[in-house]
Structure formats: C-alpha cells, structure tokens
Design a protein around this ligand. Sequence first.
Ligand code: AMP
Length: 279
Amino acid sequence: MQIVRQLDPLRDALAGFRKAGTKIGLVPTMGALHAGHMRLVEVAMEQCDAVVASIFVNPAQFGEGEDLDAYPRQEAADAALLEAAGVAVLWAPTADQIYPSGYATNVSVRGISDGLCGAARPGHFDGVATVVAKLFNQIRPDAAFFGEKDYQQLAVIRRMARDLDFTHDIIGVPTVRDPDGLALSSRNAYLTAEQRADAVALPEAMREAAKAIAAGGRVTEILAEAKVHMLASGFHKIDYLELRDANMLALLDDFTQPARLFVAAHIGRTRLIDNIAVS
Ligand code: AMP
C-alpha cells in the first residue's frame, strides 16, 4: 500500500490506475479505524479494482468547543489495517493539500443539512460537503462508500453529488454494531467502562421505538417514552430523537413509509448518534 500525503504523487498513482482501466473506489474517513470503517473497505474491495482510503481529521466539520483536538489519531495502526485489507493507496494529506493558503470556498447543501445534526452542530455539514467535494475532485473515484451510521451525511453527499455533477456511484453501507447493539464509532473510545455499559440504552430505546411505531403506535408518545428510558439510563441530554422521511429527511409526525428514526444523545462528555429504518 502506498501512503501518499501530497497531491502530485497522488495524481501519479491514480493516473497509473486509470491508464490500466482500473475501477477506483474511495473510502473517506477521519481515521481511528474500527470494523465499521473496515466494512466500507470490504464492500469497496468487492465492487472496485483498487481502493483508495483517505484519513483526514477535517477541522472545518468541528464546531467551537467540539473534540477536534481530542479526536483519536492513530495513523500507524490504521495504515496496518488498511494494508492488510488490500487497500492500494492511503491518502493522508497534510492540511495544506486540502486547504491551501488563502482557501476561500465553501460547499453548502441547503435544506437537508439543516435539521438533526445540522441543528445541533451549525456549520458541520458545510465542513463535510466541502471536504468530500475536494476528495471527489482529488481522487475522481468511480464509486465512493459511506456508512449509514451517518445517514444525514450520506443524504447530504448524495444531494451534493447530484447538484455538482459528480457522476460516480455513491454507495451507502449498513451500520456495523457491537454484539450488544451499540453502533461502532471512533468516539466510543471516549466512554468509560460504566458509560459504555449504559450506552446500550440508546440502540435499545431506538429499536423499541421503531418497533412500536411500525406497529401503529402514536409517534409522539413513543418518542417521549424512549427519551425517558435513555435519560434514566445514563444519558443526560438528548439533542434529538425524531422520525423522518428516509429520503428527504422531512420531519414526520405520523408514520408513513419510508421512515427512519434518528437519535443523538450525550453520555458523559461523549455525543453518540444512531439511526434505524422503521418498517
Ligand atoms: P468517520 O471516520 O467517523 O468520519 O467515518 C468514516 C466513514 O465510516 C463514514 O462514511 C461513516 O459513516 C462510516 N462509519 C463510521 N462508523 C460506522 C459503522 N459503525 N458502520 C458503518 N459505517 C460506519
């Protein structure tokens, strides 16, 4: 596996692939890789001839007071995992390769970025859309792979790709979970043992609420009960627990298909997010 930090050698490596007619898959990440990220790599390996994984902890998608400085960084371990999985290129750019001196451009995907995490983290999805647009232009993949764990992010990227004429495939990959149901996340590393045990209340409450809604129960009451359950189980703040249309992410007061339940909640100093289809 080639580890590349500058655009010129990246372009050289990619030109070689293109000449050979290689189908290039891109897996963008912020590192601290776990089995969720590696599932994206696996799917990309199945669907493409060469996989480029990127690691860039993107300052633009962190708000003030968020965990940019604390975000886990472990590139050597990440590189070993990616190499063992058969990744061809690790694109680990220095910051100036993403934001050159004088950088002034912002990609903002209106509407779909506004609710859910966009409301709780103003500017977050502009940061995501901007860096992903840059990565798409730098790598020009044939397909790019994103986790459903960050479902709103996936929806923002799909919208951006349609609007800005990125024609490659955008592939969504189902969420990988620990056996107790907690979605894998680099931020789970922040949890103490006690918080990790309590955190299972989030997927539990989400699953039970989704089941009750699908069975025809009253949405507002079910969501209120699920919040009570989480707040009694170690979570101290719920940013949102909402039923939304699975495509446009419009808020739903009543259950209509296709629907998805979205949750973000704080336990200790960690903010966890998750989502699930309601059907
Ligand atoms: P991150 O490094 O957190 O920015 O995540 C990089 C990519 O991995 C994103 O497309 C995430 O949606 C995806 N991802 C993170 N956690 C999971 C998971 N548990 N299952 C599937 N995909 C995931």
